[in-house]
Design a binder for this molecule. Sequence first.
Ligand SMILES: [Mn+2]
Length: 382
Amino acid sequence: MRFLHTADWHLGRILHGVSLLDDQRYTLDGFCDVVRDVRPDAVVISGDVYDRAAPPADAVAALDEFLTRLVMERRVRVIAIAGNHDSPERLAFGSRVLSSGGLDVVGPLAAEPASILLADTKPQVRFWAVPYAEPPSIATLLDDDSIRGHEAAMCRLLDRIRERKTDGERSVLVAHAFVAGGSVSESERPLSVGGTGAVAAEAFHGFDYVALGHLHRPQSLDGGAIRYSGSLLKYSFNEWEQPKSVSLVEIPESGPARVEEIKLPIKHDLRKISGTLDQLLSTVPAVGRDDYIWADLLDATPVYNAVERLRSIYPNIMYAARLQTAIPAGNGDGPRPDPSRHTLSQLFHMFYKEINGEELSEAHTAVLTGLIEEFERTREGR
Ligand SMILES: [Mn+2]
C-alpha cells in the first residue's frame, strides 16, 4: 500500500507583495503528474492547505480544481486535515457529502477521533486524522480543565485514538503539530506565543507512520516513522537552500514504512545572491534570471534604487539591501562615548568605527571637518 504525503500548500500565500498562486498551480500540476505516474492508493495533505483562514477566491478556485483533478481524473482517495493557518469550518464545507466521493476533509476537531479506513489496499490501512486545534478548545471539547498546552492536549487525543485502535491493523496518523527536535523555518507561524508549542516525539509512538504538517523543511524524526513532508514551495528566503519534495510512503504487510522523496517541478526558484551592486549589475547569469531573488549587497557605502536597478537583470527580484557589516569583536564593551568629554568630530569618528570596523579616511575626515565647521557657524549665527 502506497500513499503520497504532502502538507503546507499555503495556497494564496503572498511573499514580498507577490502572489505565489501561479507558482503553486504550476507545482500542483506537477503533483498531478506524479500521481498519474506513481498511482498511489491515497494522497494525504497534513494541514495548512490555505495560507489564511479566509483565503482569496482564486486560492479557493485553485484548491477546487486540483482536488477535483485528483479525485475525479486520477481516481485517488484524498485525505486532508486543517492546519493552524486554515479555518477548520471553512475547509470542511460539504465534507460529509464529499466523503462518499473519495475526498475526506477533516476540519474541526471532534471529541470522537476521526478515522478513514482504506479497506481495498494491501495491507488495509486506517488513517487517524487529528486536525489542528488550540489546547483550550481541546480542553473544552474533552471537558477536561487539566489539559494545558500542546503536549498535554496531543497526548490526550492520541490516547483516545490508541483506546480505539484494533490490534494488528496498520495505522497512519495524520496531524499538524510541532514535534520537539524538528528544524524550524521562518515561514511557519509559531503555535504558541512565548513557547514552542512542541510535543515530544515519544507521544506519537504506536503508528506505522506519522504524516505531519507544520514544519516546512522535509524531515524525518525518531528513526523515520515520524515525518514532515515539508511545504509545497519555499515560503521564505531562509528556506532558499532547502529543496522541497513530497513523500511517497509505502506501508508493507509487515515491517517499517518506507519513504521516498519526490521533487516537484517549480516555476521560479527562490534564492539569495550576493556581491556589490556593480558586480551584480555586470554579470548576467545564464540561467535563473527569472528566479525570485534576494540580493545581499556587499557595498561599503550606501546604494540607491538597488532593487529597481537589479530588476533589469532579475525581473522578479524581491529584495536587495546592504548586508549589515559585522560589528568588530570587542566593540561596545569599551568606555561609552561621553558627549561632554568628546568633540563632535571625535564622537563621529567613534561612531563610524563602531559601525564600519575601520577608521574614517583622511578624505572623509576633511569633508566631516568642513561640515562641522559649517554647522558651528550656522549655530553661532542664530
Ligand atoms: Mn505551515
